[in-house]
Structure formats: C-alpha cells, structure tokens
Design a binder for this molecule. Structure first.
Ligand code: PLP
Length: 456
C-alpha cells in the first residue's frame, strides 16, 4: 500500500479538484482526506477514521455504502459486456430493463427516458430537446429558459447558466443570453416580513408573470426548478407554490422541467418530488439516486406531449442529432437496476420519509430555540439548519463571518459526523443515506448541537 505522504504529495502535484479553492489547496491550507471504504451510512479513511456521512457523499449514495447487490451486478455486467453503444436501436438487457423500471416509477404522463451520465448533461439534453421541440412546432423565437436564483442545475455552459449561484457564473462569462432568473421561493428570507406564506407565493407568481410579460411569452420556452431547492440552501417551497407556478406556465404554454437530480427516487419520502408537490412536468431530470452513485448515470424523462413532437421531428429531419458515447452505459444501467430493486426490497423510500421526518423533528426540538438558529427546515431525508447572527433583528452571517463551515468542521472533529456547509448563505445541510436509523439520526442531531454550542 502506498504511504499517505506519497499520496498527498501526488495529490497536490497532479490532481485538479473540482469546486476547490486551488490556491489554498496548493498552500496546504485545506485538509487532504483519502477515503478508503464505506458501509451503510459510514465511510472510513486510510487512517481508519470512521465517519457517519450525513450528506451521503453529495446527496447521492441513497442506499448507503458497500451494497454487495450493486457491486455484484456491476461486476457481472463488466465481465459479460463492459460496453456497447445505444445508438440506432442498440441496447442491453440492463439498459432496456432500467428504462422500463424508471417509467414504471415515473408519473403516468411520462413516456420515455434518455440516459446520460451526469445531472449536468441530462439538463443540457433537456434544453436541446426543448429547443428542438419548439423548432418542430414552428416557433423558433420561443427559446428562453427561466430558472430561479439559488437553483442548481449543473456546471456546464448552459446548465452553469441555469444555476442561479453567483460563484458558478463569476469569471466564466455566464449566464448565457438565453437564460433568465426569477425569485427563489425562500419564505424565511422574504424581504417583506408582513407577508403570509400565501402572500409570498402570490409575490413569486407576480414576479414571474411580470418577467414573462416583459420578455413576451412567445420568447419563453421553459421554466426549470428543483422541487426542493438543494445546493442553494435546502429550501422546501411554501405551500401552494408549485401549483401556482404551474398554472402560470400552462397559461403561457411554457414547459416545466422538474430537476429531480436530488429528489428523484425517494429523498422526500415519495418516489419523485413531482408526486410530492403535485407538479406535472414535461421533463424530469434524474441522476444521483438512479444508481445511488455506484456508477455514473443520469436521465431525462420525457412526457407523452413532447415525445409525439420529437417523433414528428425525426420524420421531417432524420435521426435526432444528440447522443453521448456513454448514453445508457451498460455498467451504469446494471447498477441502476440493482439499485432500484434494492430500494424496493428494503422499503427505502418509506424509511427516507419516516426516519427523515424523525431527523427533522429531533433537530427542531434540539436547536429550534437557539438564538443563532434562524430556521430548521426539510422534507423527508433532507434537512437544513440556517444560522443567523441575530434572530430577532434578522441579521444574517453571509459574508466573511460565516459560521457554518466552522460548525461542520467541529462536527467532524468532535463526533466524526459529516454535514455540509452549503455554498450559499450560512446553512448546514443534511441529506443522509435512506438507510439511516433513528439511533444514527440521534447521533447526527447530538453532534450538531455540540458543534453549534462549541462555535457560538
Ligand atoms: N441538478 C441538481 C438539482 C443537482 O443537485 C446537481 C448536482 O448536485 C445537478 C443537477 C448536476 O449534477 P452533476 O453534478 O451530476 O452534473
């Protein structure tokens, strides 16, 4: 086995880490951590430190680490057929089975699934399909996409533009011109404190209506949103938000993309977030939970309404000019089949709902009255604790005085629990694997309380 010092040196010399402060890393100010193994909700590094991963990697290892059922399915697929493409009617037993399993679980009006590799490329696919759709329908002007500030939809050119976080735009010349952002549905952070939740929904709707009127509905193709805002701060929408937004979109013939990269396959305690909030999307983006990250695979689930037009398009123009070499990669597909089977066998969607609610309730009971905890919110197996400098005066720690990163570091140092200091605002995020037990939820809450007390 290589010595840790050797690995750390190679790491510094060769490895370009994503989403990392490169200069701080080079100066040795970021902790290097080499993860070796994982089982259940825990991971272990090369020094034998065991950590309870309350963020499931990047909210993706939904069935937990070390599942032999998925590892064996991957090994069997790699041995039998590591690769064949899925162009012009080719497939494998795994990719065809997975497509059927996805559609069996998706809302009834969905028709087909296009497989990619990451949430970002699935959203790129979605935008291309929407542009193609409107070109086939003879309305080439209807191309703009509305996203929300604080939405996260990926890191590509288009998807980085859709993402409504400044860090992902700054110095990259994004967003692209076809993208516009509207208000984030964050009731806790509303400017007008006199607004009730329903007043706030009406405000979000009025803002959207005003933007559509300003641009012209005939120039706007689609609206994209996560059922629960994720990377932008883990924000479930206020009651009635999605039906109200959907009514506006239908009125103006604007398509809806539900980005379910985080919420798809059970995180909210329902198979899809669209089911949870009564959304009727035209496209659903899936990734992380499709394979629980055992292999890279994503998908764009396409509605009946769009599918008919795509078929018509190929009659008029020939084969659809959109494909990745690794679309429906057999190893990813085999992982997906085994993963979805395991979710069913172990009732993990139900567990995400019940233990997730327990985690949220216990967190509220432990920290809800703390003077620096402004809001505790969540849905199913996702939870956020938002920190404030002064609760009554609504003074936020947003800039250089952020405490979330220190609290997350303390949790790891004191109790070996991993939570995520979210990149936006001052928020500690929790999104554990769905197999979390109540005892593990108690450990997470106790570690959070101890760290908040130690830092504040
Ligand atoms: N959409 C959402 C809602 C996400 O949370 C993410 C990643 O966190 C993405 C898209 C992008 O997925 P990927 O990182 O696999 O490209």
């Amino acid at each position: 086995m290589l010595h840790n010092d050797q690995l750390e040196q190679w790491d510094r010399e060769n490895f370009f880490h994503p989403s990392t402060h490169l200069a701080e890393f080079a100066r040795g100010n970021l902790q290097q951590r080499v993860i070796k193994t994982g089982y259940g909700c825990h991971i272990e590094d090369r020094d034998g430190n065991k950590m309870l991963d309350a963020f499931a990697g990047l909210y993706c290892v939904n069935v937990g680490y070390g599942r032999p059922e998925i590892a064996e399915a991957i090994a069997e697929q790699a041995t039998e057929l590591a690769y064949y493409h899925s162009y012009v009617g080719h497939g494998t037993e795994a990719s065809i089975t997975l497509a059927k399993m996805v559609l069996d679980r998706a809302p009834d009006h969905m028709s087909k699934v296009y497989f990619g590799l990451s949430g970002s490329d699935a959203n790129e696919t979605n935008i291309k399909l929407i542009w193609y759709y409107n070109n086939i329908l003879g309305r080439p002007e209807k191309k703009k996409i509305i996203s929300r500030w604080r939405g996260y939809h990926g890191s590509g050119l288009m998807t980085g533009s859709l993402t409504g976080l400044e860090l992902f735009h700054k110095k990259f010349d994004l967003p692209l011109a076809q993208v516009m952002h509207t208000v984030a549905p964050d009731y806790f952070r509303r400017d007008d404190l006199s607004q009730s939740e329903s007043d706030f929904v009406a405000y979000c709707v009025a803002e959207l209506e005003a933007q559509i009127a300003h641009e012209g509905a005939d120039t706007i193709a689609a609206f994209i949103g996560e059922p629960v805002l994720g990377t932008g701060g883990i924000v479930p929408p206020p009651a009635g938000y999605w039906p109200a937004i959907q009514a506006v979109l239908e009125k103006h013939d604007i398509l809806l993309i539900a980005d379910e990269v985080v919420t798809g396959f059970g995180r909210l305690g329902t198979m899809f977030g669209s089911d949870h909030y009564g959304m009727r999307p035209d496209l659903i983006t899936i990734a992380k939970g499709l394979t629980s990250a055992y292999a890279p695979l994503s998908g764009s689930i396409v509605s009946d309404k769009m599918w008919k037009v795509l078929e018509q398009g190929t009659d008029e123009n020939g084969p659809i000019g959109h494909g990745w070499t690794y679309s429906a990669h057999p190893i990813g597909a085999a992982a997906g089949v085994a993963n979805l089977q395991l979710i069913d066998t172990l009732n993990l969607v139900e567990n995400a709902g019940s233990v997730g609610t327990y985690l949220n309730d216990t967190m509220r009971a432990a920290l809800g009255d703390h003077p620096n905890v402004g809001d505790i919110r969540g849905e199913g197996m996702i939870c956020a604790v938002e920190l404030v400098a002064d609760k009554d005066m609504r003074i936020f720690f947003d800039g250089s005085d952020k405490v979330g990163p220190q609290i997350a570091a303390k949790m790891l140092e004191q109790d070996n629990v991993i939570a995520r200091a979210m990149p936006q605002g001052d928020i500690i995020g929790f999104a554990p694997p769905f197999c979390l037990t109540r005892a593990e939820a108690d450990t997470v809450v106790a570690a959070t309380s101890r760290a908040v007390t130690a830092v504040l």
